[in-house]
Design a protein around this ligand. Structure first.
Ligand SMILES: Nc1ncnc2c1ncn2[C@@H]1O[C@H](COP(=O)(O)OP(=O)(O)OP(=O)(O)O)[C@@H](O)[C@H]1O
Ligand SMILES: [Mg+2]
Length: 451
C-alpha cells in the first residue's frame, strides 16, 4: 500500500478497460485491487477500511450508483468515484448529490482520474486519522468507563460530550430519573478546561424553598433571622469551575428569575449585601421531564430554559436502549462484588433475557440496585433474578394474593431494605427492626436473604 496506506478498489466489468486503468494507477504508485464485479467489493470493505472505490456505472451485476449507496451504507465517509461512458450530466449531478466523491466521463483524461483518486486518498486518510484520534481520546478520557453502553444513543452521547466539553456554552441535560444525568454532567466537567476547578452540584429539589436564595447566592450576617454568619453561595463556590443545577425545574420560580439574571450577567449579590460580585462558571442544568411540559405547568421559567439550553443533551430511558443492559449489569455486578467482598456472579443467558425484557422504570439506578442485590443474594444464580425483579417492580398485591402473602412480601421488603441500609451488617438490622436474632435468621432463610 502506498499513497498513505489506502487501497484503490477498481470495479469495472470490461477487462481491457480494467487492466488499462489499473496500470495507470499502479504507474502513479497507487495500490490497486481490480475487481470484475461489484459483489466481491461489498464483502471486502468494512467501516474504517483504508479504501477508495473507483467504479464503472454500468455493470452487469450492479449499477455503480447502487454500489456507491451500498458502500456508503457500510461507511458514509468512504470515497466512491464513478465513471461512465454514457455522458449524462443529470446522472452526474444526481450522483454527486447522493454523496458520490467524483464523477468522471469516459473516455477520460488519465491525469484527471489520477488527481481525483489522489484527493480521495488524502481525504480518506484524514478521516481515518481523525477517527483514530477520537477513539484514543475517548480511551484517554476514560469516557467509556464512566458512561457505559454501546447502543447508538450512548455512542452518540459520548461523541456529543467530547464535542461539547471544551466549549463554555450552557448545557441542559434531559433524562428520566436514574438515566445518568449526573454522570453526563461530571463527564462534561472532567473533559473541560475547568476540570481542575470545582464542580459544584446543587440539588434544587432538596433545598427548602426559604433557603434556596441563600444557598445559591450566599448571605451576609443579619440578612435574615437565622443568618448569624457570612456564607458563600454555591455560585461563588463554582467560580472558575462548573455549576451543576440538578432538577432545575424544582427551584422556586422567584429564585429562577434571580438565577436568570445571575447567569446572564455572571454577577449577583449576596443576600443582605449591595456589593455586586462577579463569578465565572460553566453552567450545566438537568431536568427529568420534557421542558415544554415543565414550562406549561409553570414549574420552569421559559426565559431561563432558553438561557440554559444552548446545548441540549438527551439521555434516552433504558427501555429504549435495551442492548446496554447486559454490559451495565455485568459491570455493576463486578463493582458490587468488590464493594461487598463477594464473588462475582455473572448472569447466565436466561437472566440476561429477563433483564433485557424488564422495563426499568428507575432506569440505570434501578439496574445498579438489582445488580447489587443479585450479587448479595444467596439463592442459586438461576433463581435470584425472579424474586429481585418481582419485588423491585413494587410490592403491590398481585392478582389472587391474600393478606398473608401480602404481609410476607412487605416483611421481606422491609428486612431487605434494612439489610441494604446497613450494608449487610446484622446487628444494626436487629436493633432497627427490634427482632431477636433467631427470628431474623429464620426470616432471612425463608425469604432467601443474606447479610
Ligand atoms: N451509562 C452509565 N454508565 C455507568 N453508570 C451509570 C450510567 N448511567 C447511570 N449510571 C449510574 O446510575 C446511577 C444513576 O445515575 P445518575 O445519578 O447520574 O442519574 P440521574 O439521571 O442524575 O438520576 P436522578 O434523576 O434520579 O437524579 C448512578 O449510580 C450512576 O453512576
Ligand atoms: Mg441526578
Amino acid at each position: 500500500m502506498t499513497e498513505q496506506g489506502v487501497t484503490i478498489y477498481l470495479v469495472e466489468d470490461d477487462e481491457a478497460m480494467r487492466s488499462s486503468v489499473a496500470r495507470w494507477l499502479r504507474l502513479a504508485d497507487f495500490h490497486v485491487e481490480p475487481l470484475a464485479a461489484a459483489a466481491p467489493l461489498l464483502e471486502t470493505i468494512a467501516t474504517d477500511s483504508p479504501a477508495v472505490v473507483v467504479s464503472d456505472v454500468r455493470m452487469p451485476d450492479m449499477d455503480g450508483r447502487d454500489l456507491q449507496q451500498a458502500v456508503q451504507h457500510i461507511d458514509p465517509d468512504l470515497p466512491v468515484i464513478l465513471f461512465t461512458g454514457h455522458g449524462d450530466i443529470d446522472m452526474a449531478v444526481e450522483a454527486m448529490r447522493n454523496g458520490c466523491y467524483d464523477f468522471i466521463e469516459k473516455p477520460f483524461n488519465a491525469e484527471r482520474l489520477l488527481e481525483s483518486v489522489r484527493r480521495a486518498c488524502e481525504k480518506r486518510h484524514l478521516v481515518l486519522e481523525n477517527r483514530n484520534l477520537r477513539s484514543q481520546m475517548e480511551d484517554l478520557s476514560g469516557l467509556h468507563a464512566r458512561l457505559i453502553g454501546r447502543s447508538p444513543a450512548i455512542n452518540k452521547l459520548r461523541q456529543e460530550i467530547i464535542d461539547m466539553a471544551p466549549v463554555d456554552a450552557n448545557v441542559l441535560v434531559i433524562g428520566e430519573t436514574g438515566t445518568g444525568k449526573e454522570v453526563v454532567a461530571s463527564c462534561l466537567h472532567h473533559l473541560s478546561p475547568r476540570h481542575d476547578q470545582p464542580l459544584v452540584a446543587v440539588n434544587c429539589a432538596a433545598i427548602p424553598e426559604t433557603l434556596a436564595e441563600s444557598e445559591l447566592f450566599g448571605h451576609e450576617p443579619g440578612a435574615f433571622t437565622s443568618a448569624s454568619t457570612r456564607r458563600k453561595g454555591r455560585l461563588e463556590e463554582a467560580h472558575g469551575g462548573t455549576l451543576f443545577l440538578d432538577e432545575m425545574a424544582d427551584m422556586p420560580l422567584e429564585v429562577q428569575a434571580k438565577l436568570l439574571r445571575a447567569i446572564q450577567e455572571r454577577s449577583f449579590n449576596r443576600l443582605g449585601s449591595n456589593t455586586v460580585r462577579n463569578t465565572d462558571f460553566r453552567l450545566i442544568a438537568a431536568i427529568n421531564t420534557d421542558a415544554r411540559g415543565a414550562i406549561q405547568r409553570r414549574e420552569l421559567r421559559e426565559d431561563l430554559y432558553y438561557r440554559v439550553n444552548t446545548i441540549e443533551l438527551h439521555i434516552p430511558p433504558l427501555r429504549e436502549r435495551r442492548e446496554d443492559v447486559p454490559m451495565l449489569f455485568s459491570v455493576f455486578c463486578e463493582h458490587a462484588a468488590v464493594v461487598y467482598d463477594r464473588p462475582v456472579t455473572y448472569p447466565d443467558s436466561a437472566t440476561l433475557t429477563a433483564l433485557m425484557n424488564h422495563d426499568w422504570p428507575g432506569n440505570v439506578r434501578e439496574l445498579k440496585n438489582v445488580a447489587a442485590r443479585y450479587t448479595l443474594s444467596s439463592l442459586p444464580p438461576e433463581e435470584r433474578l425472579g424474586s429481585l425483579l418481582r419485588q423491585d417492580n413494587d410490592i403491590a398485591p398481585a392478582p389472587g394474593e391474600g393478606l398473608r402473602e401480602q404481609v410476607q412480601k412487605l416483611e421481606r421488603q422491609l428486612i431487605q431494605d434494612a439489610l441494604r441500609r446497613h450494608e449487610g451488617r446484622i446487628t444494626p438490622v436487629l436493633e432497627e427492626l427490634q427482632l431477636p436474632r433467631r427470628t431474623l435468621n429464620e426470616k432471612m432463610r425463608r425469604y432467601g436473604l443474606r447479610g
